[in-house]
Design a protein around this ligand. Sequence first.
Ligand code: ZN
Length: 388
Amino acid sequence: MKKYIIIILVLFTMGFSLSEKRMVEITFNELTQLQQLVDMGIDLDHHRTHTEVHAFVSDEEFQLISQMNFGIREIPNEAKLYFEALKQNTMGSRNPMEDYHNYIELTAFLQDIADNYPDITRLESIGQSVQGRELWVIEISDNPGVNEIEPEFKYVANMHGDETVGRELSLYLIEWLVEGYGSDPRATDIINNTDVFIMPTMNPDGFESGSRYNANGTDLNRDFPDQFSDPNNTTIGREPETRAVMDWTWDHHFVLSANMHTGALVANYPYDGPSSGVYSACPDDDLFIHISLAYADAHPNMESGGFSNGITNGAQWYAISGGMQDWNYIWEGDFDITIEQNEVKWPSSNQLAGLWEDHREPMLVYLEEVHDGVRGIVIDADSGEPLS
Ligand code: ZN
């Protein structure tokens, strides 16, 4: 009997957290008020100006905020609406290059690449989502599966299930790289000298349900260890998708990476906390500005997104806790930034070709930044063996 009650409670909690949150616009007079929302644990979305921010709130949070010194109103969740329309019209069809790839199509796409380019790719699942979908990562290298003396780079997309541009651009990038190998000097050079890893979706369950969250209702970009609020570099108590990415990262020595989002147009760099609206420089601030500008400058109009030069410090924009980029930098020595690729989260699929035109060069330039710096081998003075 007890078991049934627990199961019912679990189901109730899941349904509750998933269905309760509404998308809202919160307005304020002073940017410093944003910190009040952060302190309340409000799930802020990427859109923010100097007077308003979008967020996901429960009924209770809605009430609380409306009694404070804020304006609040519910707004349509456009990504969700587009998802519903897409599902009606295209999700079941086999028309992958014209429309978004659903999980089955994405899996088939990656398997095709791995079958057709076995010498330069290696497809692996680094774990499973809450609902049992594989978390695919494709490695692109002249010697896939071999730990060469080359820098390791990673792109991770779609950790917010309803932010879909990076998911598709990842697939286009994979295709561009492997098709150009041996004929396009730039693609060949990247593959010969870099160990590239691309994860098109970290949240396949969220995509399939048109949701930002994973199937347990968790925001994966709030689920990582955090230097201020959760300084425990352990997978214990984290979501399966988060654990998979942490374990995978521990198996490698990534030195540069980015995670791709939508909802704004800007390159966002660490730190992401502690206080909203306050610049929070990490010791490598100059380098982060350099690599963020590398992306933004290569984009035709990233500076039009409302941020100076198309880049921003994370906390200065809005603080978050448990984000992936700070974890990569602080604990793994991996320079990671968060790239917001489009103001509309889930644009119509007929815009994908144009978005690829705009972001192809930035994605390549950013990847090539991994070769901009010093590299070499550190050996043990006694044995002459390389150190790990
Ligand atoms: Zn996002």
